[in-house]
Ligand binder design. Structure first.
Ligand code: AKG
Ligand code: FE2
Length: 164
C-alpha cells in the first residue's frame, strides 16, 4: 500500500476526544468501569492516569495494561480490522472499577463516524485477492455508526454485522 493510502481514504479526518471520570467504587468486585468492547474506530490513542484498571483480552485471558507515566496506549479499532480484511485485529478491552480513588482517562478516537459522508468503505482492494477474498461487505459510515450505537456495549462484536 502507498504510505498515504489510509489518509487518502479519509481515515484520519474525524477526531473525537472523550474524557472519562470513574468515581471510586465501594464494591469493585461486582462492578465494571467500562464493560468489554472493541472500539468502532480506526485507531484509538488513550492516556490513562496512575490508578490502573484497563485490561485487554489476550488469548481468552484478561491482561492488565499497567500505566506507564507519559505513555499512550494505541488500540486498533474495528474500522481498521475491517478495512485490512482482518490483517490487523481490533482489541477487546474493559476497565475494572476500583476503591482506591477516582480514575481519569482521555481517549482520542480517530473515526470518520464523526464526519458523516456517503463514501463506501470495505476491505481495501489491494489487500484482497482470489486466495484472500473479502471477509466483509461494503458499508457507509452513517450505516456503520448507527449500527454501533443501536447495538450498545453488549459484549458482542460490531464486525459480525458486516461479515460475508
Ligand atoms: O478508560 C479507559 O482506559 C478506556 C476507555 C475506553 O475503552 C473507551 O473510551 O473506549
Ligand atoms: Fe474502548
Amino acid at each position: 500500500l502507498n504510505s498515504d493510502k489510509l489518509k487518502s481514504l479519509g481515515c484520519m479526518k474525524g477526531l473525537l476526544l472523550l474524557c472519562h471520570y470513574y468515581p471510586p467504587c465501594p464494591q469493585p468486585d461486582i462492578t465494571l468501569g467500562t464493560s468489554k468492547h472493541s472500539d468502532n474506530t480506526f485507531i484509538t490513542m488513550l492516556l490513562q492516569d496512575q490508578i490502573g484498571g484497563l485490561q485487554v483480552l489476550h488469548q481468552d485471558c484478561w491482561v492488565d495494561v499497567s500505566p506507564i507515566p507519559g505513555a499512550l496506549v494505541i488500540n486498533i479499532g474495528d474500522f481498521l480490522q475491517l478495512m485490512t480484511n482482518d490483517k490487523f485485529k481490533s482489541v477487546e478491552h474493559r476497565v475494572l472499577a476500583n476503591k482506591a480513588g477516582p480514575r481519569i482517562s482521555v481517549a482520542c478516537f480517530f473515526s470518520s463516524s464523526v464526519i458523516p459522508n456517503s463514501t463506501v468503505y470495505g476491505p481495501i482492494k489491494e489487500l484482497v485477492s482470489e486466495e484472500n477474498p473479502p471477509k466483509y461487505r461494503e458499508f457507509t459510515v452513517p450505516e456503520y455508526s448507527k449500527g454501533y450505537i443501536e447495538k450498545g456495549l453488549d459484549g458482542t462484536s460490531h464486525l459480525l454485522n458486516y461479515k460475508i
